[in-house]
Design a protein around this ligand. Structure first.
Ligand SMILES: *Cc1c(COP(=O)(O)O)cnc(C)c1O
Length: 227
């Protein structure tokens, strides 16, 4: 589990196998390597192995890593909970934010996106399993939020993200992902142009790919367990 390059090769194979089983082209699926809590060296190893997209949950930790690798063509994805006082740095240093679940945060990200950078790519985080402890907007409120965020000038609303409650069987894992895909269809019929379903992690990426994930966020299978 300590050879990041070999783990990445195995994981890409796993993604390709799941895509083919679902009659999908593996090139439709972006792999975001979730490097939270992992040392910088593992990120550098992953970059050397051709990895392009990285996900981080904690802003201060992420800023250190981003400045350490700033000469490479890496895309950074913010995937953790967002407090208002963090939006300025997130807007300045990330390419994607997957964890937007209220208008106030989106509005600040748009206002604070520096001139000269392309629009910040946004996913709405949906509380797909309806857990009271989880972040994410409720399913019933997603359309209204999407409608408001869609018009913000320095953001591009790209899609939906979810972290379902853990489930044991493939069938049970698939259900919330199918629901997220249905929500994407509903929003697109309502005038959104969403092309991204950010769903699937180490333990459920096959289920997510079967249900149409275009972006999987994987940490443990690449970098090993987090301490
Ligand atoms: C930590 C994390 C991941 C990666 O989880 P693994 O099980 O290690 O693959 C993906 N998405 C989010 C939002 C996370 O917080």
């Amino acid at each position: 589990m300590h050879d990041t390059g070999a783990n990445l090769t195995r994981l890409r194979q796993r993604i390709a196998t799941a895509a083919k089983a679902a009659d999908r082209d593996p090139s439709e699926i972006t792999l975001v390597a979730v490097s939270k809590i992992q040392p910088l060296q593992k990120i550098l190893d992953a970059i050397a192995a051709g990895q392009h997209d990285f996900g981080e949950n904690y802003l201060q930790e992420a800023l250190v890593k981003i400045s350490a690798v700033k000469n490479t063509q890496v895309a950074w994805h913010f995937i953790g909970p967002i407090q208002s006082n963090k939006t300025r740095d997130i807007a300045a240093h990330f390419d994607w934010v997957h964890s937007v679940d209220r208008f106030k945060i989106a509005h600040r990200l748009s206002e604070q996106r520096p001139d000269g950078l392309p629009p910040l790519n946004i996913c709405l985080q949906i509380n797909i399993s309806g857990e009271s402890s989880k972040s994410g907007v409720a399913l019933a409120e997603a359309a209204e939020l999407a409608g408001r965020i869609r018009d913000l000038p320095n953001l591009q609303l790209r899609g939906l993200m979810a972290v379902p409650a853990p489930a044991d069987t493939l069938a049970a894992q698939r259900r919330p992902f199918a629901r997220l895909r249905e929500l994407q269809d509903e929003l697109n019929h309502g005038g959104c142009q969403l092309d991204t379903l950010s769903m699937g992690m180490t333990d459920d990426l096959e289920a997510a790919i079967t249900e149409g994930a275009t972006l999987v966020r994987v940490g443990t299978a690449i970098f090993g367990p987090r301490n």
